[in-house]
Design a binder for this molecule. Structure first.
Ligand code: MIC
Length: 664
């Protein structure tokens, strides 16, 4: 297990959510899987809850039928956001978890090794195959001291983002340890582990200690507890230390989770919205503290105070405590339990009006508004600012109001209710289930093999840290098409260049997409795990990206769907290529043959220049890219060596242009 090498992990549990899960279920179908081979697989419906037309409801029905068919738990719409709900109902210290959502890493709070990854990787793990990851370095983060009043877990991870920015932890696992842990509950740790995704980390891990035991006891699951901690003399590849006692309220300015400043530096800026919720601040405490702050007061007339409960268990507990009443009386708009505004499914802010959110991401346009101004902060900062109408340091407000820090009395036992979780069907019944496929479920596109030579124009040149929200936007307009690739493709890159889909389509000839290139800066494809950000550009003819560096999950997704992820060996070459230049990569079949040097030559025919580029594909992934993608590679493998792929049967290759459901 050498850092930098590809390793395979056995996966015990998986989670999928609806916005990525509809593809995962179609991938299981393409793999010909009969029944999942994990200990537990759960499908949550938490993202696409608005039902403005028939599409989302159609997806929900499809997902439920797929759960019944493949032996998967189904968490109904309204039950809650996958990450906290998984932690409450299924998470077990020491188990591995793969999820088709980049924030799956939040389960590190329980001492799980939990990785967010592309849907196809999760589908393969469900089929019993190992999860392939680049062996990361281990970064020991020692926590000391105790958080001051009005400073909470969100400020801890914002402090790490302030120090290390959005790519500081790429190819690293953050392992938290030290005496500061004692005062952090399991849900506080969830907040910190969740936004490890924003640091670019492979995942984050906390020990399974008394705080985890107390959490599982409150959830009626103490029997699942198992103590786990690093040995006292454990050695780390890198180290860092945070003295919790020195932290202050922090906030990430628009439009990156890495733009962190102290709240007091930006105090006084007027706001139009404050939102509490999402998997980044999902705990009962996070809502209860906001309720205690606004109790008996009124939120500012110019502010929409939105509350996105993360789960119905938490909503039930808040209601039992009387906190729901305090929120409503203070002017809160209470939404249904789920992700909603976090991904632009509702609560889109007015352009240019500051929106303070306890969410994990503020990439441009992610809220559903083009010219948005989203800031990320703790529930304390958001609730206090909702009262004042301006960005406010909660400590300054508390001093002026002579308000003591609320001493929350949280119930020791959660309102556990499993009624919205449907267990898997027994095998004999599952085999009879038909998938309920409505017209919005397009099927996977055909993935043709990589040609020996790629030529085409550069349709787009992006800067650093382009997120998958910019590649395949979320928001209420696009999300209902997550299971409809041709339709979703119309949104590809439109946040950066509204004409990209049209230009790509104009290159098509004989009903086939014309090849083209995209040039990226550092950390290309950061953010979400959505494989749509690889599939929709591929559908439009993208076969190679040349970037300075990549975010982990998107790099994998590109390779899985047959798009060549290349890097400049001399980053200065990035400046030599312009949008519109025609590029040529020749001799790809030889250049990507297993065991060869990972170097290729890229010719710019407009400028008659040649640049050296490299790839980081293992031999297995080279075969995948050459075949046109992982499903195509597995189908080929299965044809050559029947029974070896681990899938029960593999669907056969469909014809080019066929958008049928059997993959390629
Ligand atoms: C996100 O936070 O960006 C999401 C919404 O949870 C995504 C999933 C998606 O794109 O549907 C993620 O992180 O994977």
């Amino acid at each position: 297990m050498e850092p930098g090498q590809e390793i395979g992990l056995r996966i015990d549990q998986t989670l999928t959510q609806d916005a990525t899960g509809t593809l995962v279920m179609q991938e299981l179908e393409a793999l010909g899987l009969d029944r999942v081979r994990t200990e537990v697989s759960v499908q949550y419906v938490d993202h696409n809850l608005l039902q403005a037309d028939e599409r989302n409801a159609e997806d929900h029905a499809f997902l439920r039928s797929a759960c019944r068919r493949f032996g998967i738990w189904y968490s109904k719409p309204g039950n809650g956001v996958s990450h906290p709900t998984h932690m409450q109902r299924f998470g077990i210290p020491g188990k591995t978890l793969a999820g088709s959502d980049s924030h799956t890493c939040a389960a590190g709070s329980l001492g799980m090794l939990a990785l967010g990854t592309g849907g196809l990787e999760v589908a393969l793990a469900m089929a019993g195959r190992p999860l392939r990851v680049t062996m990361p370095e281990i970064w020991g983060i020692r926590l000391t001291g105790r958080l001051p009043e009005w400073v909470s877990a969100k400020d801890v991870v914002l402090e790490l983002l302030r120090r290390h920015d959005v790519k500081g932890a790429v190819n690293r696992i953050l392992e938290y340890h030290g005496p500061g842990m004692e005062h952090l509950s399991a849900m506080d740790r969830h907040v910190i582990a969740n936004m490890g995704a924003e640091l670019g980390a492979t995942t984050s891990v906390f020990p399974a200690d008394d705080a985890v035991r107390a959490f599982l006891r409150a959830e009626d699951r103490e029997a699942d507890f198992r103590e786990l901690a690093a040995e006292p003399d454990a050695v780390y590849d890198l180290t860092d230390e945070v003295d919790l006692a020195t932290l202050q309220p922090l906030i990430a300015r628009p439009t990156s989770p890495g733009n962190v400043v102290p709240v007091r530096e930006v105090a006084g800026e007027p706001i139009g919205q404050a939102v509490i919720g999402s998997s980044a601040n999902p705990g009962l405490r996070d809502f209860a503290i906001a309720a205690a702050i606004v109790a008996g007061r009124q939120t500012h007339p110019a502010v929409s105070f939105d509350v996105n409960p993360t789960g119905r268990e938490i909503l039930a507990d808040l209601t039992r405590m009387g906190a729901t009443f305090d929120l409503i009386a203070a002017g809160a708009r209470i939404h249904q339990a789920g992700c909603l505004g976090c991904i632009g499914m509702g609560q889109a802010p007015a352009p240019g009006r500051n929106s303070l959110r306890t969410f994990p991401r503020n990439f441009p346009g992610r809220s559903g508004t083009e010219e948005d101004a989203v800031w990320l902060c703790s529930p304390e900062t958001a609730a206090v600012s909702a009262l004042t109408g301006t960005i406010t340091d909660p400590r300054a407000w508390a001093a002026a109001e002579e308000m003591p820090y609320p001493d929350l009395r949280l119930p020791e036992h959660a309102s556990v209710n499993r009624a919205m979780l449907e267990p898997p069907l027994p095998s004999q019944d599952a085999a009879q289930v038909e998938l309920e496929r409505g017209p919005n479920i397009s099927g996977l596109p055909y993935f043709d093999p990589l040609p020996d030579e790629l030529t085409g124009p550069v349709l787009l040149k992006c800067g650093d840290n382009v997120s998958t929200d910019e590649i395949s936007p979320a928001g209420a307009k696009a999300l209902p098409y997550r299971s409809n690739i041709p339709k979703l493709a119309e949104f590809t890159f439109t946040r950066i260049d509204p004409d990209y889909p049209r230009h790509a389509t104009d290159l098509a000839a004989d009903g086939r997409p014309g090849h083209h290139f995209v040039i990226g800066g550092e950390n290309y494809g950061q953010g979400s795990s959505r494989e749509h950000a690889a599939i929709t550009p591929r559908h439009l003819g993208l076969r190679a990206v040349i970037a300075k560096s990549y975010a982990r999950i998107h790099w994998q997704n590109l390779a899985n769907f047959g798009v060549l992820p290349l890097e400049f060996t001399d980053p200065g070459d990035y400046d030599r290529i312009d949008t519109g230049d025609r590029l040529r990569l020749a001799g790809l079949h030889t250049a990507l043959a297993p065991g060869t040097e990972p170097l290729l030559l890229l010719h710019n025919t407009n400028k008659d220049e040649t640049y050296q580029v490299r790839h980081r594909l293992s031999d297995g992934r080279r075969r995948t890219v050459l075949a046109g993608g992982t499903i195509a590679a597995l189908a080929r493998e299965e044809q050559q060596n029947p029974g070896d792929t681990g899938a029960d049967t593999l669907a056969t290759t469909t014809e080019p242009g066929d958008l049928g459901n059997s993959g390629g």
